[in-house]
Design a binder for this molecule. Structure first.
Ligand code: SF4
Length: 273
């Protein structure tokens, strides 16, 4: 396959680096099917494979595939992933990093969350400085980048127009997050929410997973902390962090030092040496 001549989206199991799916991976075509396939996934590998082929949100499927077919001029020689961006990183993490949704020409192009755009550059540089990522950049799937003790997921797994998913799309995607959360809950100690959308999206997942959710819910802010107890009483720390969007990083609303402080706090709270 010549990438210069092949727009996306990528068919499952056709050789894309780190593609978790195969042609046999079941595809959700509705919100009910997404919920059922998320709940019945036998393990994390199958769960992320099912995430990566989901088609439950018609508007987002149309958008992600159109972007993958048309492509940005500067990436015209590349094949775009054009599929949902699945949970990625350590399979038994102490820290979960929860974002909003993949960027049209970032994760939607490369197939890996926060990979291939300026937000990801900012984030991975911080994770590397804080000892959570093996390299300071994440450029493409298959580039050797690895997270240690941390995992990344998006609250909405498909690139939305103008980076704005609808409440219905957020709710349709929530079962994927809830299932992934349950599969990693045994080792999880800290969740870092990148932005207010992620902070808000997490509460229903926690409640649905048997956590005691405080009322009123704690407000989001950079460095905000909230503690919740799981069904077995095990504590989980939620940390707020401004999203590393270009709007925030260019204006200095969030700086490398501010982001490092959050991840160093996460490391400390998670007991990572
Ligand atoms: S946003 Fe989530 S639920 Fe909707 S199509 Fe993408 S992966 Fe499926």
């Amino acid at each position: 396959m010549n990438p210069a001549q092949s727009p996306g989206p990528v068919a499952p199991g056709t050789g894309w680096p780190e593609d978790p799916a195969t042609p046999a991976t079941p595809v959700a075509a509705s919100a009910a099917e997404a919920a059922a396939l998320a709940a019945s996934a036998p393990d994390l590998g199958e769960l992320v494979a099912r995430q990566s082929v989901c088609r439950a949100c018609p508007r987002l499927v149309t958008w992600r595939e159109e972007v993958a077919a048309v492509r940005r001029k500067s990436f015209m020689r590349e094949t775009y992933w054009g599929r949902p961006v699945y949970g990625w990183g350590d399979d038994a993490p102490a820290i979960l990093i929860l974002g909003l949704a993949p960027a049209a020409h970032g994760g939607n192009r490369t197939g890996r969350i926060f990979t291939g755009d300026r937000s990801g550059d900012f984030l991975f540089a911080s994770l590397h400085r804080c000892g959570l990522a093996s390299k300071e950049t994440s450029v493409t799937a298959g580039d050797g980048q690895q997270l240690t003790g941390a995992r990344m997921v998006a609250a909405v797994r498909c690139a939305p127009p103008e980076n704005k998913p609808t409440p219905n799309e957020r709710d349709t995607c929530a079962p994927w997050l809830a299932a992934e959360f349950r599969m990693i809950a045994a080792t999880l100690r800290v969740v870092v929410c990148l932005g207010g959308f992620a902070w808000q999206a997490l509460w229903p997942v926690l409640a649905g997973s048997g956590f005691e959710v405080p009322r009123p819910r704690p407000s989001f802010g950079h460095g905000a902390e909230a503690r919740v107890a799981g069904p077995d009483g095990a504590p989980l720390l939620l940390l707020g962090c401004y999203h590393p969007s270009q709007q925030n990083t260019f204006t200095g609303r969030v700086t490398p030092g501010m982001m490092d402080a959050v991840f160093r706090r996460a490391r400390e709270a998670a007991g990572l040496s």
